[in-house]
Ligand binder design. Structure first.
Ligand code: PXG
Ligand code: PLP
Length: 442
């Protein structure tokens, strides 16, 4: 069937859109109807360069043949298999492939359907693990200011983005937060990891002393905070967090929903920074964003602590109807194969200097107060319009879309994270378009 690029829904009212200014969108909709490689096609027939890999998820680019074929044939062969007390081969294959590509200590995989579910799963496993090893008083969870861990109750409780929390009641109890690592006074326009700020990890010692280490189950942080506007960890910070967790018997969870699958030019940020957590949460790039799927990776120490007691009993009372769904598993296998065949993680590493050059060339343009980068991630922070925060960056988003580039904004920060297949000429196009947009802003 030929694709009708002009097809438009005749009613936009029913769909309550997520994280969207609904009334503004519906007054002037931005619809994409097709995608291939680095580009979206809009409903008015324009090509838009994808500067964000969808929402940080299409790391191999769009409509990649191997992934499309895997999904099509899996749907026709085994559409769904019960996830509890039953199995199917591809979920096991994918778990093995993930274990083989993950940092060595992470040997077991629990499947979910999103980053948010991965976070809930990891927090629950951490608390249950502490109980399983006789540390049942360890129920507290420590997150970080400006952290994003999805939108479910556990995730927003440990998260640190005020608008994602304040409308939703009292959240989980027994949660505390580390300070964020955004230090513009000393670190603005750092290229790569900022020099200053490792000492902020020491705040964990204060929190541990305040509550008592024997009450703390886990610390969860993004190794590089993405959603809050790209906060790159200061040099030495992550290792200090690791050391303090080890010293006090606290499980360290790295939320790698954005940083997993090559975004920094290595399979995971844990590899890139050489700092090993006890659990990793991931999603997005696991299936190239094409079918919802997430995963939690754990060490054998954590997994094995549950594998005791009578063998006919369920060891962990947790799971989702779609954990390890066959079509998602097929998409995951084809995605990991595409990353490997095309050497996309290495490609991201090779391109990261060119990317940083292009990004930092925007310094000096109107309203630009900071630029941050690592791997194939970039952020441009704009001076907010007095009395109208977020408006200037949102205008940049609208103007860039009209000018043929898809960017993301959060607050007054523009975040960029292209598919890892981006060509140098497309990096030039992206920053060329962005420079023009920035020059035209009020
Ligand atoms: N943890 C982290 C670190 C994330 O970045 C989630 C959990 C939640 O994943 P799900 O699949 O439940 O959305 C995320 C998701 C943005 C943006 O533009 C970021 C995310 C999602 C959508 C938009 O920064 N991060
Ligand atoms: N709500 C109800 C009434 C259910 O029966 C189920 C699952 O059986 C769920 C929620 C959870 O759904 P899922 O397993 O897709 O997360």
């Amino acid at each position: 069937m030929a694709l009708d690029r002009n097809s438009k829904p005749n009613d936009l009212s029913a769909f309550w859109m997520p994280f969207t200014a609904n009334r503004q969108f519906k007054a002037k909709p931005r619809m994409v109807v097709a995608a291939e490689g680095m580009y979206y096609t809009t409903s008015d027939g324009r090509k838009v360069l994808d500067g964000t890999a969808g929402l940080w998820c299409c790391n191999a680019g769009h409509c990649r043949p191997k992934i499309v074929e895997a999904i099509q044939s899996q749907a026709a062969e085994l559409d769904y298999a019960p996830a509890f007390q039953m199995g199917h081969p591809k979920a096991f294959e994918l778990a093995t492939r993930l274990r083989d590509m993950a940092p060595a200590p992470l040997e077991h995989v629990f499947f979910t359907n999103s980053g948010s579910e991965s976070v809930e799963t990891a927090l629950k496993i951490a608390i249950a693990y502490q109980r399983a090893i006789g540390q049942g008083a360890r129920t507290r969870l420590i997150g970080r200011e400006r952290g994003y861990h999805g939108v479910n109750f556990g995730g927003i409780s440990v998260g640190g983005i005020v608008n994602n929390r304040k409308y939703f009641g009292t959240l989980l109890t027994g949660v505390d937060h580390l300070p964020h690592t955004h230090l513009p006074e000393t670190n603005a326009f750092s290229r790569g990891q900022p020099e200053h700020g490792a000492h902020l990890a020491d705040d964990l010692e204060r929190i541990v002393a305040l509550h008592g280490p024997e009450t703390i189950a886990a610390v969860i942080i993004e190794p590089l905070a993405g959603s809050t506007g790209v906060l790159v960890p200061p040099k030495g910070y992550l290792q200090r967090i690791r050391d303090i967790c080890t010293k006090h018997g606290i499980v360290l969870i790295f939320d790698e929903v954005i940083t997993g699958f090559g975004r920094l030019g290595a399979p995971f940020a844990s590899d890139y920074f050489g700092v090993m957590p006890d659990m990793v949460t991931c999603a997005k790039g696991l299936t190239n964003g094409v079918i919802p799927m997430g995963a939690v990776l754990t060490t054998s120490a954590i997994h094995d602590a549950f594998m005791t007691g009578p063998e006919h009993l369920i060891e962990l009372f947790h799971g989702y109807t779609y954990s390890g769904n066959p079509i998602a598993s097929a998409a995951g296998l084809a995605t990991l194969e595409t990353y490997r065949e095309e050497g996309l993680f290495e490609r991201a590493a090779d391109l990261s200097e060119y990317w940083a050059d292009g990004l930092h060339s925007l310094k000096g343009l109107p309203h630009v107060i900071d630029i941050r980068n690592l791997g194939l991630i970039g952020a441009v922070e704009l001076e907010p319009i007095p009395g109208a925060p977020t408006k200037r960056a949102f205008q940049a988003f609208l103007d860039a879309y009209e000018a043929g580039a898809l960017i993301r904004t959060t607050g007054d920060i523009i975040a960029l994270s292209p598919p890892l297949i981006i060509e140098k000429s497309q990096i030039d196009d992206l920053f060329g378009t962005l420079a023009k947009v920035l020059k035209g802003l009020d």
